[in-house]
Design a protein around this ligand. Structure first.
Ligand code: HEC
Ligand code: HEC
Length: 606
């Protein structure tokens, strides 16, 4: 079992000792894997949220070295500095809390902790230095935290899976990117209410930033185009594409967008976005293609489109010879970005590079790499993690495994990946698309695919590379590496249980029902993973299915696997159980309203 709870100081003490480097044991120096960063207001210090090490590093920007590092919690995912450059906050994605930090001279210390709810990631601190806002991903809300009192003072429902948030420079507006509901929530900070929900063209929303003028917010994201993963569709930008999106915070204008994909050499896994103080450069990081796209343009002269993006990058940008568009290869997996006050020096958190990279936007060049620490030799699982995030393994580098199985989980979308033995040629995409399943604990839930026809996980990985990605076949060693990475993927702690881990009374009643002959759930959803490993005909088949029946999916963590069923037809658990997958469809009896509510409460607690 994965260790739950806070890393101890011992872990860090070991990590800090270089003599213990090398080898693959518990005493190995961890990968730091920075997923987020924050620059102090005076531009001298930088903090990184080191996701796989459970630490935050304090970096001296001028000396380009790490001054200090502290253990902060489980899977830190977002970090912010207060204006005084001393106080900071880090959100622990799997820890369900934020740690309050103090950076004093060359030292960093955890001085407090606040529980905020399940899967917090993005965090921002108000100009008052006292109030923090946290995107609580699995609660679909923003939590407001008083950092002096160390308590949550408000909760605001936003879209689904809020990831990143950013404050306008005056602190009056908060912009939240909702990764799984195609939209951005614009929040009035004073009234702590959602002013507007701006639907955007796309999914997988990541970093959001507000430009210095306070008028525009920018974000980079993916757009699902719904066509099957054939080479022709991929190349036309009809499977999915990358977008840069601009939202007007002041005027009631539609959002503006551009496509980030040149034909034949697309971008993949857009993640970070930053705009210099003078608005001259807009930079996007693409984790999958390990690069930055640097756009030089005063925003008003930029070829934004308000009537929908094109399939491919516009020729006027792509063929511009004055350097309005440049690509900079960085290696690893560039994620969050932050511009220095000079509006040309850019800091890049590089997750797979275990480093912060310093880039000069003017010359589009890498100036320096600040290593945060990593083992001498990457483990098999880390090599698998690299492959999992590598879009150059897909046809013309349009996407990676991580695009659909975000962070090894699901992005909630359904795709026609040809992995089910058929392709829909009628352009009725709904019929042959299948939901991308979570890969958490996937090594324990044989057989694989919705139909359950696949009995080898290594082979499933090969199919993913060659069919879903239309890329080259992995070597046996590469397939083993990916499986070793999948082995590390665990569910976060269940948020629908009592604090001591026990079931609520409602869920307890639901459990009895689940196991009863009346509901009959446990005949198929049984064992520790809630699946019997067999294939059943449950009334959801299509006439032209290539394989008969479906394999009961694991029900662990099912509260966060929405939408439900192989074709994603049910938005909620309740929808699934009162319609297409009602007990009476699978050998049980019709349940009362109360029984259904109890059953759903139990499912949510798994
Ligand atoms: C375009 C989206 C997409 C991409 C890219 C993608 N997958 Fe998938 N993946 C899916 C879908 C959809 C399914 C379900 C397919 C089915 O059941 O027919 C799936 C199924 C799987 C399964 C079986 C899971 C289970 O519980 O049965 C594994 C394992 C898997 N993918 C791994 C990978 C790996 C590794 C990569 C990269 C090499 C990858 N996928 C790339 C969408 C994607
Ligand atoms: C005869 C076997 C069988 C029985 C009995 C059964 N299920 Fe299922 N269940 C399946 C199969 C197969 C699927 C996948 C069907 C599909 O997606 O088309 C599934 C899917 C689900 C899903 C969707 C999971 C997801 O990730 O989308 C939930 C939730 C679920 N079952 C809960 C239940 C509950 C609760 C009961 C009892 C009322 C139950 N099932 C009874 C076989 C069964």
């Amino acid at each position: 079992m994965r260790k739950i709870g806070r890393p101890t100081l011992v872990t860090l003490a070991i990590a800090a000792l270089p003599c213990l480097a090398g080898g693959e044991g518990p005493a190995t120096v961890p990968h730091r894997s920075p997923i987020a960063l924050a620059l102090s207001a005076d531009g001298k210090r930088l903090l990184t949220a080191n996701q796989t090490a459970g630490t935050v590093s304090l970096v001296d920007v001028e000396a380009r070295k790490v001054l200090d590092e502290v253990s902060v919690g489980e899977k830190p995912a977002g970090v912010a500095f207060a204006p005084d450059g001393r106080r900071a906050v880090v959100a622990n994605w799997y820890g369900y809390d934020v740690a309050v930090l103090e950076a004093k001279d060359d030292k960093l210390a955890v001085v407090g902790r606040v529980e905020v709810g399940p899967e917090p990631r993005g965090v921002a601190i108000a100009p008052d230095g006292r109030t923090a806002y946290v995107a609580v991903g699995a609660a679909d809300e923003v939590a407001r935290v008083d950092l002096d009192e160390r308590q949550v003072t408000g909760r605001l429902p936003v879209g689904r899976e809020p990831r990143s948030l950013a404050l306008s420079p005056d602190g009056g507006t908060l912009v939240v990117s909702n990764a799984r509901s195609r939209g951005v929530s614009v929040v009035d900070v004073a009234g702590f209410r959602v002013l507007k929900d701006v639907p955007v063209e796309g999914e997988n929303l990541r970093q959001v930033t507000v430009a210095a003028d306070g008028r525009y917010a920018y974000l980079a994201n993916m757009k699902d185009r719904q066509f099957a993963t054939t080479r022709n569709n991929i190349d036309q930008g009809w499977v999915l594409g990358q977008r840069l999106t601009r939202i007007d915070l002041k005027e009631p204008q539609p959002y503006a967008t551009i496509s980030l994909d040149p034909r034949g050499r697309a971008g993949a896994d857009a993640h970070g976005v930053a705009v210099g103080r003078d608005g001259k450069y807009i930079v996007v990081s693409l984790g999958g293609t390990h690069e930055l796209m640097i756009f030089r343009a005063a925003p008003e002269r930029f070829p934004w489109r308000v009537d929908g993006s094109r399939d491919l990058m516009q020729p006027d940008l792509l063929n511009d010879e004055t350097g309005r568009f440049r690509r900079l290869e960085l290696g690893g997996r560039p994620t969050e970005l932050a511009f220095a006050a000079d509006a040309r020096t850019l800091y890049v958190a590089n997750y797979l590079g275990d480093s912060v990279q310093v880039v000069d936007a003017e010359s589009a060049s890498l100036v320096a790499t600040i290593p945060l620490g990593s083992p001498e030799t990457p483990s098999l699982a880390r090599r698998g993690e690299v492959l999992f995030h590598d879009a150059t393994r897909s046809f013309n580098q349009w996407y990676s495994c991580n695009t659909c199985h975000s962070d090894g989980h699901t992005n909630g979308l359904h795709w026609d990946t040809l992995n089910d033995g058929r392709q829909d040629l009628s352009n009725n995409h709904e019929r042959s698309r299948k939901k991308s399943p979570t890969l958490r604990r996937v090594t324990r839930t044989a057989p694989w695919t919705w139909h359950g026809w696949q009995t080898s996980l290594e082979q499933a990985t090969v199919e993913s590379f060659t069919k879903s990605m239309q890329g080259t076949r992995p070597t046996d060693e590469e397939a083993r590496a990916v499986v070793a990475y999948l082995e590390t993927l665990e569910f976060p702690r269940n948020p629908h249980r009592n604090p001591d881990g026990s079931l609520t009374p409602e869920a307890t009643r639901g459990e009895a029902l689940f196991r009863s002959a009346k509901a009959a759930c446990a005949t198929c959803h049984k064992g520790p993973e809630f699946t019997d490993g067999k294939v059943h005909v449950v009334g959801l088949e299509e006439p032209d299915d290539a394989y008969e029946g479906y394999n009961p999916p694991s029900l662990l963590g099912v509260y966060d696997k929405y939408p439900y069923l192989h074709d994603a037809r049910a938005a909620t658990l309740r929808d699934a159980l009162s319609g297409p997958h009602a007990p009476e469809m699978v050998g049980g009896e019709t349940l009362s309203e109360q029984e259904l509510a109890d059953l759903v409460a139990y499912l949510k607690a798994l």
